[in-house]
Design a protein around this ligand. Structure first.
Ligand code: MG
Ligand code: ZN
Length: 296
């Protein structure tokens, strides 16, 4: 089966889809003093960042801020106009767009709706959050993706890139299915994850790109936890690595050999839009070619 969609575009959210960290925007706008203290505490004590953000949400409620205040604060998160264009262009061309982030559903959805982009997003994979009116006082509740009671995700990149809470490689493998991709091939050939519970050799042996509805995957990221999913991409996929951020250092450093995908560095939304336009043009050209050969 030939691909029926030009590509699957997977966005990290903070400093990738938006040009801010939405957790920090939330803190800075509503409880800057408390936010500063909590960041320091996280740096000293470690743990799971999501728990700290939930603690901030509790303080936000305690100080009398309600849902409208939170939504107002989130509007301050910066989003490059060309990133918005890239999302609209990709969506209108039939590409699927997915977000995989360590932020939370509430922040991400609020920001996307504010920019009228929510309708272009097929799925959001992140920590869950909701505004609880039955709490006293009513408050935003944010929960980890991997609960403390859940089994660990088991990714071998847990330290230092994936963290305890979220392995984006695992999440995206679950989403697209190892049987539909050449994903994992490159990683397994390098002897990194063979035998892990989520890409057993029997699943790998069924792997075939011919079942994929997409021409390729384009992954957009900036942070350390974007390394794992990019290392799972195949040769035909594109890893968009933001310049000047932690992911770039990993990709250029010792971990370079773990990446099979074509790596493309990007600075801002203009670079994302250029890649989306190029890939859609290529997809259309390839489509015309295959239709022509079918007629012959
Ligand atoms: Mg990020
Ligand atoms: Zn991982």
């Amino acid at each position: 089966m030939a691909p029926t969609k030009p590509f699957l575009m997977i966005f990290d959210f903070d400093m990738s889809l938006i040009d801010d960290d939405c957790d920090l925007v939330f803190m800075k706008e509503l409880v800057p003093d408390f936010g500063e203290a909590i960041v320091k505490r996280y740096q000293n004590e470690g743990g799971v960042w999501t728990d700290y953000v939930d603690e901030v949400a509790q303080e936000v409620a305690r100080r009398g801020f309600g849902e409208q205040d939170i939504l107002g604060a989130l509007k301050k998160a910066r989003l490059h106009p060309s990133t918005a264009d890239a999302i609209r262009t990709a969506g209108e061309a039939g590409a699927d767009i997915v977000i995989c982030s360590d932020a939370n559903t509430y922040f991400i959805e609020a920001i996307l709706r504010h920019h009228d982009l929510f309708r272009y997003i097929k799925q959001i994979i992140t920590n869950s959050a909701y505004f609880s009116i039955s709490s006293t006082p009513p408050r935003l509740i944010i929960s980890r993706r991997t609960l403390a009671s859940d089994p660990p995700h088991g990714c071998d990149l847990q330290t230092p890139s994936c963290g305890l809470n979220l392995c984006k490689g695992k999440e995206i493998t679950r989403l697209v299915g190892p049987a539909s991709w050449q994903w994992n091939w490159s990683r397994t050939e390098r002897g990194k994850t063979q035998g892990s519970p989520w890409d057993s050799p029997s699943e790998l042996s069924q792997s075939s790109t011919s079942q994929s509805p997409y021409g390729k995957i384009i992954y957009v990221g900036d942070g350390r936890n974007d390394f794992c999913p990019i290392s799972l991409l195949s040769e035909r996929d594109i890893g968009m690595v933001r310049k000047g951020q932690k992911l770039e250092k990993m990709v250029d450093g010792d971990s370079k050999s773990k990446i099979a995908a074509r790596v493309q560095k990007w600075q801002d939304g203009n670079d994302l839009l250029a890649v989306v336009n190029r890939e859609i043009a290529e997809w259309k050209t390839a489509g015309v070619g295959s239709r022509a050969s079918a007629v012959i």
